[in-house]
Write a protein that binds this ligand. Structure first.
Ligand code: PLP
Length: 261
């Protein structure tokens, strides 16, 4: 049996909708063996984030080493990294193990407004981690923070993608979910040469907790199987669309997406 393996380096969401939990559920649904290195524990549910507890850098390094020295990984994803120290440590480990299929989801703020990345850590993300990434998957607000640009139009988004590519990332995906215009959600992919567009119907719902994590995890799972980035983004887009469409309806706030869909 050919087993594909993916490692997520991210935060834990006790509510099971985002973070490590969303990543592992997504890997499982896409037939990839999931492994994890937890960077921070959050006390969280559909109503919001009640607490954030980062782990010591050493504990994060040890988890990555345990995976890297024994099981190995065909693709790796990073999510919530919280601090500059954690980012540097993760970047060093990624280099040490030579993981080239790296997806960086630049998680910054939870939908309810809780900060999941310290402000001073944004520069560390740009300096240490993005140059190692095969794919980066910001939403529009995250792309604005990373580039210092204000993004209104699709043209702005193309410019932002070029600036992110200049930081050393091979493929830039800027997701369109936060763009309020129109009936379609258009994700943009830039490979340093051409732009591709992935369009889906916009769904009006408040139950989108964990969509960013799930999308990036689906891209990672497909890369672990050896798919091209374009194929991986296409599959991830379909996966997240189904997960949003078939609402679970649990919790009292912004419910999680449906990984079974
Ligand atoms: N909590 C953790 C641990 C996450 O990694 C993420 C990822 O973006 C979130 C929360 C954000 O979730 P939401 O989709 O509600 O913004």
């Amino acid at each position: 049996m050919n087993v594909y393996k993916a490692l997520t380096i991210a935060g834990s969401d006790s509510g099971g909708g985002a973070g490590i939990q969303a990543d592992l559920k997504t890997f499982q649904e896409l037939q990839v063996f999931g492994m994890s290195a937890i960077t921070a524990v959050t006390a969280q549910n559909t109503l919001g984030v009640q607490g954030v507890y980062p782990l010591p850098v050493e504990a994060i390094e040890k988890q990555i080493e345990s995976v890297g020295t024994d099981l190995g990984a065909d693709a790796v994803k990073t999510g919530m990294l919280f601090s500059a120290d954690i980012i540097q440590a993760v970047a060093n480990k990624v280099k040490q193990f030579g993981w080239s299929r790296l997806v960086v989801d630049p998680v910054m703020i939870a939908k309810g407004g809780a900060p999941l990345l310290q402000e001073e850590a944004v520069q560390a993300l740009k300096t240490y981690l993005l140059p190692l990434a095969m794919v980066v998957t910001p939403n529009i607000p995250e792309a604005e923070v990373l580039t210092g640009m204000t993004i209104h139009t699709l043209n702005d988004r193309r410019e932002a993608a070029k600036r992110l590519h200049d930081l050393g990332v091979q493929y830039v995906v800027i997701k369109g979910g936060h763009d309020d215009d129109g009936e379609e959600a258009v994700d943009l992919l830039y490979d340093g040469d051409e732009f591709s567009y992935f369009t889906s119907k916009r769904i009006e719902t408040k139950h989108t907790h964990g969509t960013g994590c799930t999308f990036a995890a689906a891209v990672t799972a497909e890369l672990a199987k050896g798919r091209t980035v374009k194929e991986a983004v296409e599959t991830a887009k379909a996966f997240i669309q189904a997960a949003i469409e078939e609402e679970l309806g649990i919790g009292h706030g912004h419910g999680p997406t449906n990984h079974w869909a």
